[in-house]
Design a protein around this ligand. Sequence first.
Ligand code: ADP
Length: 256
Amino acid sequence: MEVIAAPVFNEHNMIKGAVLVIYDITELKRLEKMRKDFVANVSHELRTPITSIRGFAETLKEKQHDEQAAEEFIEIIYKESHRLQLLIEDLLELSRLEREDFQLEKERFNAKQMIDEVLPQLEQKAAKKDLDFTTSISPDTDVYADSDKLKQVIINLVDNAINYTPSGGNIHLSINEENERVHILIEDTGIGIEQKATSRVFERFYRVDKDRSRNTGGTGLGLAIVKHIVEVHQGEIVLESEVDKGTAVHVYIPKP
Ligand code: ADP
């Protein structure tokens, strides 16, 4: 709470009262804290791979290691620099989405055709992990949306399903029309998310298990980006999950 007071004078220049302006700055403080936390998180996320890259590059420079160790160091440097690149791409994407002049490039397109364009890459990733990936897309469903952004939503959600489902599990993607909305559903039989974390996973850099997310190459920004894209489409996202059973993410996009 912030209070500003100013006296009010009568015609004889005597104080006859005061004007008090009371600002409720709770929301401002909350936003300021969010901004500071975000900057601190970004710095930390950038510093971790950079420290590792520098350390291994220095060791390589000293040339006191055998051939096999050198290969391992180079592999780490490659992986960490790739992670930095993904992180920077996700940060740029978030900042683009948050710009006031950001405009969706909406068009009408067929859902099945859109999925056919991303299916090979998703099937390939799922197959690498020995996951059974199936789809059921109603053939006549048209969507009115930014198709690149909607593809990104689906790729991010299926990527998560792949990353957090142990080998041998199932992933199912379905798209149907439901009460004037298009319903996109991604289900997995993975590790699930405990109840108290289900609302927090949409926060930037929130991860249930940091090490696991890092190992899979996750930036911790995927669901924040997904939620943003869904919201700018006036859509809705609902996550249901049960630990050790699996996760279902429902995305609803209004029909035009
Ligand atoms: P990350 O890059 O870490 O995957 P996300 O923003 O995509 O970041 O997801 C945030 C966190 O939510 C993940 O670190 C993980 O703990 C959890 N999560 C997301 N999707 C799933 C899923 N399908 N199953 C289990 N946990 C998930």
